[in-house]
Design a protein around this ligand. Structure first.
Ligand SMILES: NC(=O)c1ccc[n+]([C@@H]2O[C@H](COP(=O)([O-])OP(=O)(O)OC[C@H]3O[C@@H](n4cnc5c(N)ncnc54)[C@H](O)[C@@H]3O)[C@@H](O)[C@H]2O)c1
Length: 374
């Protein structure tokens, strides 16, 4: 199991007096609080008494960060005894023998996401998500991260076949969540989506394009046999749609915005069976750069996340996909596949002010696979 030295145990302990002073913080969905205010997060209800914060808002933010770091490392270092007891000796993240100077990255990761969401990086942002098919969809992972970071979201679904799934998922963000049908090959549906979004939200800050399709027979066999029609469909749905959706979203992004699209490494290197989809992704990435240039003066940023393989509905349509997962695990520098939550965290970063000067880029979230020469 991989161990990463994130922080020496001693450092965590040296921070402890600070924690005992102002150990708390709001929960993941909590808001900032004033001086000497009693706050209690949902996790604290089962964990501790309500705790009084001391000092400024800045100090309480620091306390919040320590709270999540402590939560994260607790299962490695025995700080969260209740959790450890519940998990027992077979806890998969346990390190035997425990090394006091290292903590397990797998244990830290969930805490990092809690921390990111606690920071509410997308507070008051309004967003629209294209591409949720089911709970495994990358779009759903990013939508959840955006929601936890404070964004209010509208969703679209491809057609009646997917309506129920998306309705159920989007409904978890509130019964009044805006949900609209949108087949991205139909201009009138795109126009209706942005009209309704404008009527409900008035403006827009975020848009996720997580949509792709190619006929199945084009994802098997040889690229040289790609039919004209398969080539057209793949490019229309997987690349042109970004242009059409950005054109619809831009007039609503009156305060600037962030458009994020999903791509894959098959755009720049040959990945057997990915075929026409690789060519369509190359077009998507080039479109991202031209859109970034056009929309930059309006403070609208356009970027792609290039994800390593994730087991989703679309991915399972690519022949040899299971082999791809194994290959990444064996050959990527991090020796593992990317997790949906990690794509969510990158999506949140790209939507946030932290990425204010990043546009027209392809960001690789692939356990480092893209740097490998062999
Ligand atoms: N899963 C992976 O390994 C992986 C890796 C890198 C990039 N990606 C990209 O991520 C994005 C999301 O794919 P996913 O893996 O989450 O699979 P998914 O099947 O969950 O999502 C694909 C989405 O595209 C939508 N779609 C297809 N045709 C459409 C149309 N005509 N109109 C509207 N929507 C349409 C589907 O309804 C679905 O919601 C895609 O762009 C994909 O290429 C996926």
């Amino acid at each position: 199991m991989t161990h990463t030295s994130v922080t020496p145990a001693g450092a965590a302990q040296r921070s402890a007096p600070y924690l005992s002073n102002a150990r708390v913080a709001n929960g993941p969905l909590g808001r900032s609080h004033g001086r000497n205010e009693i706050v209690q997060s949902p996790r604290q209800v089962e964990r501790t008494e309500p705790i009084r914060t001391s000092g400024s808002v800045c100090e309480s933010l620091r306390a919040r960060i320590y709270f999540y770091v402590q939560e994260s490392i607790g299962c490695c270092q025995g700080l969260s005894r209740r959790q450890s007891a519940l998990r027992g000796p077979s806890h998969p993240h346990s390190t035997t023998p425990r090394d006091p100077c290292t903590i397990n990255l797998a244990c830290v990761r969930p805490g990092i996401y809690l921390l990111l969401s606690a920071m509410r990086l997308l507070e008051n942002k309004l967003g629209i998500v294209f591409g949720v098919a089911n709970k495994r969809s990358i779009a759903w992972a990013i939508a959840q991260a955006w929601h936890k970071a404070g964004a209010k979201l509208a969703f679209t679904y491809q057609g009646e076949r997917l309506k129920e799934n998306v309705e159920e998922l989007a409904g978890t963000f509130g019964a009044d969540t805006l949900l609209m049908p949108c087949d991205v090959t139909k201009d009138e549906e795109i126009a209706r989506v942005f009209k309704e979004t404008g009527e409900r939200f008035g403006k827009l800050h975020l848009m996720l394009h997580s949509v792709a399709f190619a006929p199945k027979d084009a994802l098997e066999g040889e690229f040289v046999n790609t039919s004209r029609e398969a080539f057209r469909i793949a490019h229309d749905i997987s690349a042109y749609s970004l242009v059409a959706l950005s054109r619809g979203a831009a007039p609503l992004m009156t305060e600037g915005g962030s458009i994020v699209a999903m791509t894959y490494y098959g755009s720049e290197k040959v990945v057997p069976h990915y075929n026409v989809m690789g060519v369509a992704k190359a077009s998507l990435e080039a479109s991202t750069r031209y859109l970034a240039y056009d929309l930059g003066p309006r403070k609208i940023r356009v970027n792609c996340i290039s994800a390593g393989p994730v087991n989703t509905l679309a991915a399972r349509g690519i022949s040899g996909f299971t082999e791809m997962l194994k290959h990444y695990e064996a050959h990527s520098p991090l020796k593992r596949n990317v997790l949906p939550d990690e794509l969510g965290a990158t999506g949140t970063f790209l939507g946030s002010d932290g990425a204010a000067a990043i546009t027209g880029q392809v960001l690789y979230v692939d356990s480092g696979y893209q740097i490998m020469g062999m």
